[in-house]
Structures are given as structure tokens and as C-alpha cells.
Design a protein around this ligand. Structure first.
Ligand code: SF4
Length: 121
């Protein structure tokens, strides 16, 4: 199998041409350093993403609070993380970095607020 990837490990952004089997990377072309090979391996076999979304907030001047996962989670969990966050309602005040859902979906990663919001009224 073949895939084209953009290595995001550094600002150079090499375009990688990756050939792989079900179990291993067979070749990587276009990488300017060996990190590109590591990137390709992770992206093909264990892709992960940091999820950013919003949750409902009450008692504040905003209706939605921006949140993110503290670290990347397996790509297949991303939609479920957004779904879980959409069911959450928090109350102001909230501090930036505050944990809103600990160990979300047993991923070992917390969902945190990305800004502070004061209580109003
Ligand atoms: S392959 Fe190396 S030089 Fe190219 S983007 Fe990845 S880390 Fe940067």
C-alpha cells in the first residue's frame, strides 16, 4: 500500500511518499531526516490527534467554552471525544487549564478548558 503524508514534526513540512504492508513500513521517500520515518510509522499505524472543541457554559458572558485534550488521543476516539464534550455543561467561573473531564473515554488524557471565564450575574 502507498500513502502521501505531510510530516508535521518540524516547520520544513516534508512531503512523504510512504510504502507499507499491513505490519510495517517498507519505504519512505521525501524525508529530509529520520524523524520523517518515525512520523510515517506513527501516522500509518497509531495515528493520534489533539482534539479541540467547545462545551456549553452557564453563568458566563459566553455560551460556549473552548476546550481541548491535554495531549493527543487515538484518531478513532476523536469523534467520540467531541460527542462527550457536546453533552457537558459547565458553570462559570472556569480557569484556563481546569480539568473538565478526567481520563476522557479511558484514553488517559484529560479534557481541559483553554481559557478562563468569569462568573457573571
Ligand atoms: S522529515 Fe525531518 S526535516 Fe522533514 S518535516 Fe519531518 S522532521 Fe522536518
Amino acid at each position: 500500500m502507498k500513502d502521501n503524508l505531510l510530516c508535521t514534526s518540524c516547520p520544513l513540512g516534508c512531503q512523504l511518499e510512504v510504502e507499507f504492508s499491513e505490519k510495517k513500513i517498507l519505504s519512505v521517500k521525501g524525508n529530509s531526516c529520520k524523524k520523517g520515518i518515525e512520523y510515517a510509522e506513527k501516522e500509518i499505524f497509531y495515528p493520534e490527534r489533539i482534539v479541540t472543541t467547545t462545551v456549553k457554559i452557564s453563568g458566563a458572558s459566553l455560551y460556549l467554552l473552548p476546550v481541548k485534550t491535554e495531549a493527543s488521543v487515538p484518531k478513532e476516539l476523536c469523534f467520540k471525544v467531541i460527542e462527550s464534550a457536546s453533552k457537558l455543561q459547565v458553570r462559570a467561573p472556569v480557569k484556563m487549564g481546569e480539568v473538565l473531564i478526567r481520563d476522557i473515554l479511558k484514553s488517559g488524557v484529560n479534557l481541559v478548558a483553554t481559557r478562563s471565564v468569569e462568573k457573571v450575574g
